[in-house]
Design a protein around this ligand. Structure first.
Ligand SMILES: [Zn+2]
Length: 272
């Protein structure tokens, strides 16, 4: 580390070159601004406690060029087209006026590949980048996920433009179909699927749910839904986003200790 330098020197986790490392974030700063209760405050829920903060989860991980790459290839598009506040959710609006490919018990799905206003490459790149970041570093205030060395490296190569989307990975993308979006995010979480031979991880953002499965024996029905590999690049408009958000938050909060001002605020019963 260079003395006196704001940014330390080190090896960039993405391009593997040594240089000045930027302060990287696990989730884009703009996501935090859209979290309840607003005014630059949000509630952090970990495995053991909940508290109110304005602090973002950051670490020195990537060089400037790689930060810009992640920004340009996924983050900017998702922030521009994702949930931007109640009544302003461009991607949801686009899907609502697009031709439906099919229906499921929880909503509808679309062939994202041919839809104007939907960029599946940007969506997949963004989702992959957050799961990769979550697995390549132990972030504070966050549940650590471990994709395993093989998949961390495969996703690194994909994100760095050295390889395609990993063959033994499936990414399914759900967009919230509700008129009012729940302003809550859950950092990537998950692990081995019970009795399964693969691993499944989830990332929940306001209005969006990303599910990533990795492993040699991912079930065929899950592979068909993949936003990265399927020919039609499927994307879902579904009630699953809100349902899972509510379910997971209840689960996380059930055994947690409320800390700081949150303990006095009545959270979360007024919200869930
Ligand atoms: Zn780099």
């Amino acid at each position: 580390m260079q003395r006196g330098s704001r940014n330390p020197e080190g090896m960039c986790r993405l391009c593997l070159q040594v240089g000045q490392l930027q302060r990287s974030h696990l989730l884009p700063a703009a996501v935090y601004r859209r979290l309840d209760p607003g005014n630059n405050r949000h509630v952090v829920v970990t495995n053991s406690k909940c508290y109110n903060t304005s602090r973002q989860v950051t670490a020195h991980l990537l060089c400037r060029s790689c930060e810009q790459r992640l920004n340009r290839k996924g983050e900017q598009w998702v922030l521009k087209n994702g949930f931007r506040g109640q009544g302003n959710f461009p991607l949801q609006s686009t899907l609502q006026r697009s031709p439906i490919k099919g229906r499921t018990s929880s909503g509808e799905f679309f062939a994202g590949a041919g839809l104007p206003g939907v960029d599946m490459d940007q969506l997949c790149y963004f989702g992959a980048s957050v799961f990769w970041r979550a697995s390549t570093h132990r972030w504070p205030d966050s549940n650590y996920i471990d994709l395993g060395h093989k998949y961390v490296e495969e996703f690194r190569r994909f994100l760095n433009g050295e390889a395609g989307f990993p063959a033994n990975a499936v990414l399914v993308i759900y967009i919230c179909d509700a008129g009012k979006t729940k302003e809550a995010a859950i950092f990537p979480f998950g692990g081995r699927v019970r009795k399964g031979s693969f691993h499944e991880y989830r990332l929940i953002l306001p209005g969006m749910l990303f599910i990533l499965a990795v492993g040699q024996r991912i079930p065929g029905h899950l592979k068909l839904l993949c936003s990265a590999h399927s020919t039609e690049r499927l994307i879902f408009l579904s009630s699953r986003v809100q349902e899972l958000q509510t379910f997971e938050l209840r689960d996380l909060l059930a055994d947690n200790e409320m800390a700081g001002t949150l303990a006095l605020s009545g959270f979360p019963t007024r919200k869930l």
